[in-house]
Write a protein that binds this ligand. Sequence first.
Ligand SMILES: C[S@@+](CC[C@H](N)C(=O)[O-])C[C@H]1O[C@@H](n2cnc3c(N)ncnc32)[C@H](O)[C@@H]1O
Length: 341
Amino acid sequence: MKVSNLIYYRCPISGDELELEKSSLIIDGNVREGVLLSKKIGKKYLIKDNCIDFITPEQEIKGAAFARKYYSEIAKTYDENVHITFELYNENELDIRNRMIDLLELKPNYKVLEVSAGTGKDSEIIASRLTKDGGLWLLDISPDMIAYNIVRQKNVDIPIEFVVASACSIPFIDNNFDALYCFAGVGHFPDLPKGLKEMARVVKPGGKVVFCEKNVPEWLRDTEYGKICINNNPMFADPLPLKHIPVEARNLCVRWINGNVHYVFDYTVGVGEPKGNFDLEIPGERGGTFNTRYYGKLEGVTAETKQKAIEAQKLTGKSMHKWLDEIILKEAEKIINKANH
Ligand SMILES: C[S@@+](CC[C@H](N)C(=O)[O-])C[C@H]1O[C@@H](n2cnc3c(N)ncnc32)[C@H](O)[C@@H]1O
């Protein structure tokens, strides 16, 4: 970890700033070995072999503990076998990975976070698209997967930092990265809504988030092709995480690639929920605006009164909104004025 990057890290449990313990070994502005301290909760995180280990409670809970153990066990053979994920569908691994990374719309000076980076097959491609002015942060819950990633990137000539942490408690400040990428990680998150929220939180407004997971789309679920995939791994039938997409997501696209059995979501991060121009006057008989229609609702009237109101409104030539608004306001003010004098 570069000492100057300390300001971007946060305690994954409390969200507080971290301090570097004085005894840490620093060479050329990089922490070779040391300890990050979260003073408020008295938690220590170890920096060793170019990697920070953020132990979080999620790593102990059921789903995460399983993923951590499983990937640590298969880390050694992961690279030998991962090509199957593409060959099964007659696809070219490099082509698919590049196409997904294209969606990040990277610029050479971007700061990028890869979540669930694993042994680093995508990390390597992302790194090749950045320069020394940019930076790559590689996060995974499994220290063994990250260990292989460290070896893979050892000759890469751009700033890279490695982090063992859960995607559901990302140890970085808000609005920190220009882009975030996650291939085949979200299906393992112990708390999917939290993980997806965290991924949006750490990306700057205007930055892109891209994530991919196995999924047989609805229209293929009753085909033999779809059934064979689902039979092999029930995760192929998990629902799309549409309801857990954060409100900050803008211009979201979802597409199916890699044999049409992997979804890819890509979106641009915005600020809060979208803002509408909801005071815009709507032409026509009904009239009013989106805001008056939503905020201006009053008690209903009888069917007979409504019929008469429509007849009268038509004769005035005003929209129903304008006519009613004027009458009600006038009458309300008359009553209020009378009461006040
Ligand atoms: C199928 S592998 C994908 C690895 C890599 N992205 C690739 O393209 O080869 C899934 C990865 O997700 C990681 N993972 C599982 N649960 C995680 C979590 N809660 N937070 C972060 N990473 C997680 C695993 O350790 C593993 O490295």
